[in-house]
Design a protein around this ligand. Structure first.
Ligand code: AHG
Ligand code: MN
Ligand code: MN
Length: 334
């Protein structure tokens, strides 16, 4: 009889611990906790369309409690899973103005901290379109056992120890890097496990997809307008106009482009002169994954991972994709 073995996320994490000779399993336990929380959020998201007919939603649920928005639910799930892991001293998320610091003995002694967008693309939930979770893990700079400082959270993206995202799509996937390549795991609902499905993801060297909210065209910098014109011509590299694809969930747009070869752009606009996306928990983790898969992320003139953040919710223009596509873009930007 033919036998086969699927590698689960947990098995993979443990096997890869050997990549870090001094690792004591803390990062492994932390990644494991993220995987568990992702499954809880996945379960909730899958039921999102049903809540109306099952009567759980509306203003008030059967227990007389207000129904939580999914991004708040996701935020709470990840925070409690990371707190329970005991491997995280604090977390910064889109849903919290200030950092959330864990003050129990175990967590205060932990060496990692996390920046996270618990639910990305949340406006797409109501219309059954892919959404995601994005996370970024740093080693703290302050001494273990003390309260983490703001400087711990404001490290440049190049200091990330690990980063990843979960995409709740036609299937649910977890994609992450610890700086030694990028691996993707698909949730097998019958097993309730993330199974290795996309080992060692490498993005195509170039491609024909561009992803941008073109409704903002008139407010784009001239260089971005020139780039869009370039994609729409029969240009030398592709000999055909490129294909435009835009979902409006960064995770979903990036994931497609990572696998198929494409560039994602969120330039400054009049409404968002600094760009819309957040450096700490959207651009840095996606930038790290892109780089590990052979791509690149920039703010126009600087590598995203080189930027020293000044505040938790800082925004930045963001361009990410294969190195060759980013080079063409940069040659057109002022
Ligand atoms: P979030 O749901 O976490 O607030 O993020 C939404 C972001 C990102 O996912 C997406 O790429 C972008 O907003 C879309 O913005 P536009 O609607 O302006 O195109
Ligand atoms: Mn987001
Ligand atoms: Mn969000």
């Amino acid at each position: 009889m033919q036998s086969y073995h699927v590698t689960t996320l947990n098995e993979f994490i443990i096997a890869r611990q050997a990549d870090f000779p001094y690792a004591k399993g803390e990062l492994s336990r932390l990644l494991y906790a993220i995987g568990i929380a992702a499954k809880m959020v996945n379960k909730k998201i899958n039921k999102a369309g049903l809540v109306d007919i099952l009567g759980e939603s509306g203003e008030v649920n059967v227990q007389g409690e207000e129904q939580k928005k999914l991004d708040v639910f996701a935020d709470e799930q990840f925070i409690s899973a990371l707190k329970a892991s005991g491997e995280v001293c604090g977390i910064a998320t889109e849903e919290n103005d200030e950092t959330v610091l864990f003050d129990d003995d175990l967590s205060r002694d932990a060496k990692y901290l996390v920046c996270m967008d618990p639910l990305d693309g949340s406006s797409n939930i109501d219309v059954n379109v892919s959404v995601g979770t994005i996370f970024s893990i740093y080693r703290r700079l302050s001494d273990r056992g003390t309260k983490p400082s703001m400087d711990d959270f404001l490290q440049p993206g190049k200091a990330q120890v690990a980063a990843g995202y979960v995409i709740y799509g036609s299937s649910t996937m977890l994609v992450y890097t610890t700086g030694k390549g990028v691996n993707g795991f698909t949730l097998d609902p019958s097993l309730g496990e993330f199974c290795l499905s996309h080992p060692n993801i490498c993005t195509p060297e170039t491609g024909i997809i561009y992803s941008i909210n073109e409704g903002n065209y008139r407010y784009f910098p001239e260089g971005v307008k020139k780039f869009i014109k370039y994609t729409q011509e029969e240009n030398a590299s592709t000999r055909r106009p490129w294909t435009s694809r835009y979902i409006g969930s960064l995770v979903a747009d990036f994931h497609r482009n990572l696998l198929k070869g494409g560039i994602y752009l969120y330039p400054p606009t009049r409404k968002a002169p600094e760009g819309k996306l957040r450096l700490l928990y959207e651009c840095n983790p996606i930038g790290f994954i892109a780089e590990q898969a052979g791509g690149k992320a920039v703010n126009g003139h600087e590598n995203i991972l080189e930027i020293s953040p000044l505040s938790l919710h800082q925004r930045t223009p963001f361009y990410v994709g294969p190195v060759k596509m980013i080079s063409v873009l940069q040659s057109l930007l002022d």
